[in-house]
Design a protein around this ligand. Structure first.
Ligand code: CAA
Length: 296
């Protein structure tokens, strides 16, 4: 039975994952190398719980018990020693993930399942650095985690039926809808999403239409909650570029080549909302944004 969860990485995805597990009554150890990242994560979780409280989706007792279910750590071994499940949500960098999984395999109990929230890196490759590839699986949450219903559950080459079923059931316990997919570049979510975002960037790059026009077409014409350029800013242009590179390298097909404008923006540090500017410019601490002066 799964009771104790360790979440590795306290960034945007890690804090959301800790939030949803803790809200469903699991004991969560949230671990990050940075104390600052941990304090920021707790502040974000508190803010998101307050928002839910204000909208009467939860009561004060649920807010307090959720926060009480989360403990923070900077030492991975300490945070993982009683884990039934570890969910890794570190930066989307293959070398970093391989290093983390090699360490997790050493410090986590033998019975523990090791899951990764990777958005595109091969589960099979990550599993291969551990001595328990049958217990390694993809558990891909969507941002913002407390709101989005999907969990893309990715089976690596050696993941067993038993582990897959357990993670599917666990996702349902969190109130999510799990979808089982196989381990090929970009899985399903990003294999379909990223070419759309890349095409939107090409449409801008080739001068077919402006930022707002492209986003309006997709928002009002296709009922997407955000246009693709706004969504790219929300995800992070660095993350979009990294995923497109995985698709391009993995399939060797030029249709996945990242648009040169995306590459330039990442090199310039204009990586979207978290940096204050991407296709749009954001006013810190508010919900306000306007088209970036670079595209006016
Ligand atoms: N925690 C808790 N609740 C939150 C929240 C958070 N972090 N963020 C938003 N919400 C809630 C709000 O309280 C609000 O609730 P009600 O409907 O009950 O009022 C609801 O979500 C909508 O929020 P807002 O009114 O503030 O804003 P919005 O209507 O503009 O919606 C959004 C914001 C939910 C992000 C919406 O724009 C959306 O769905 N966008 C698309 C997001 C998306 O596509 N995500 C997937 C990205 S891809 C990915 O994550 C995977 C990858 O590998 C790259």
């Amino acid at each position: 039975m799964i009771k104790n969860i360790t979440v590795v990485g306290a960034g945007a995805m890690g804090n959301g994952i800790a939030h949803v597990f803790a809200m469903s009554g699991f004991q969560v150890n949230l671990v990050d190398i940075s104390e600052i990242a941990l304090s920021k994560a707790i502040a974000t979780i508190t803010k998101n719980l307050d928002r839910m409280l204000k909208k009467e989706k939860i009561d004060e007792a649920a807010k307090n018990s959720t926060l009480a279910n989360i403990n923070t750590f900077t030492d991975t071994a300490e945070a993982t020693k009683d884990a039934d499940l570890v969910v890794e949500a570190a930066t989307e960098n293959v070398d970093l993930k391989l290093k983390i999984f090699a360490q997790l395999d050493e410090v986590a109990p033998e019975k523990a399942i090791l899951a990764t929230n990777t958005s595109s890196i091969s589960i099979t490759r990550i599993a291969a650095v551990t001595g328990r590839p049958e217990k390694v699986i993809g558990m891909h949450f969507m941002n913002p985690v407390p709101v989005m219903k999907l969990v893309e559950v990715i089976r690596g080459y050696s993941t067993t039926d038993e582990v897959t079923e357990l993670i599917m059931d666990l996702s349902r316990t969190l109130g999510k809808v799990p979808t089982e997919v196989n381990d090929y570049p970009g899985f399903v979510a990003n294999r379909i999403l990223m070419p759309m975002i890349n095409e939107a960037i090409y449409t801008l790059f080739e001068g077919v239409a402006g930022v707002e026009e492209i986003d309006t077409v997709m928002k009002l014409g296709m009922a997407h909650p955000m246009g693709p350029l706004r969504l790219a800013d929300f995800i992070g242009l660095d993350v979009c570029l990294a995923i497109l590179n995985v698709l391009h390298d993995g399939f060797g097909n030029p249709k996945y080549a990242p648009c040169p404008l995306l590459v330039n923006m990442v090199m310039a540090g204009k990586i979207g909302q978290k940096a204050g500017e991407g296709f749009y410019k954001y006013t810190a601490g508010t919900k306000d944004f306007v088209v970036s002066p670079s595209f006016k």
